[in-house]
Design a protein around this ligand. Structure first.
Ligand code: FES
Length: 97
């Protein structure tokens, strides 16, 4: 179970293999800002509050775009982030502005 927190919409959704968090948010109509979908604009930045152990490791694009301290604190890019296995996961959209 994944809890996605957009700016206005919050939804509990089921995990689907092969989709990014941004894909899941769009599919389930959770308001999630984005622009590039390539890992460069960071409009899709989000904070993983729970369940980081169920996520795939940061992509090269995330490692390039985010500061090491951000990744350490649980920030990821929704357009890059994929869930590896089902679990209790909470992710909140947290763009810079
Ligand atoms: S949409 Fe641009 S970094 Fe994710």
């Amino acid at each position: 179970m994944i809890l996605l927190n957009g700016r206005k919409v919050q939804k509990q959704i089921e995990w689907e293999s092969g989709l990014t968090v941004l894909d899941l948010a769009l599919k389930h109509e959770v308001d999630w800002g984005f622009a590039c979908t390539r890992g460069s604009c960071a409009r899709c930045r989000c904070l993983v509050k729970e369940g980081s152990e169920y996520l795939k490791a940061p992509t090269d694009a995330e490692l390039d775009r985010l500061e090491p301290e951000e990744i350490e604190a649980g920030y990821r890019l929704g357009c890059q982030l994929q869930v590896q296995q089902d679990g209790v996961i909470t992710i909140t959209h947290k763009p810079y502005f």
